[in-house]
Design a protein around this ligand. Sequence first.
Ligand SMILES: Cc1cc2nc3c(=O)[nH]c(=O)nc-3n(C[C@H](O)[C@H](O)[C@H](O)COP(=O)(O)O)c2cc1C
Length: 148
Amino acid sequence: MCSEPPTVYVSVRPVGRYSYRQLKESGEFVINIPSADLARVVDYCGNVSGGEVDKFKETGLTPVPAAHVRAPLIAECPVNVECRVKQVIPLGSHDAFIADVLAVHFNEDVLDERGRPDLDKIKPYGYCINEYRLVSGKLGFYGYSRKE
Ligand SMILES: Cc1cc2nc3c(=O)[nH]c(=O)nc-3n(C[C@H](O)[C@H](O)[C@H](O)COP(=O)(O)O)c2cc1C
């Protein structure tokens, strides 16, 4: 949402979401960005509620203590973003939780030789029209359309 201060948001339904109450009460969360290899397990996590099953136990995912918030990082996810909520906007079906980014962690094995995140190693994917799709195939780079 904003680069300075780094700001992100998530939108969560107040109804039927175990995560909603935790978010509201703690004011903290972690965005754990999965690799494509984790798509099946993430789909499972998005189809069952923490009110009914222990998702860590069922999936074997590993919680790791965060540096600034009480919500855990997930070891298997190559990128973890620690967030603290600063504003909640009820929009209708969902509430938007706007949050400061407190820290971003990268697993070492997704960094290139200069220590920068490498998308080919992170293998992020997106959810669109009911399907999970890879974010792959470089099209250009920032500013490449400009005539010199
Ligand atoms: C790909 C995917 C994306 C989702 N995105 C959202 C979302 O943005 N907001 C939301 O409230 N629920 C979303 N859901 C649904 C919740 O993840 C789902 O209801 C989950 O079981 C809630 O778990 P909880 O009760 O432990 O919070 C999504 C599910 C999937 C599979």
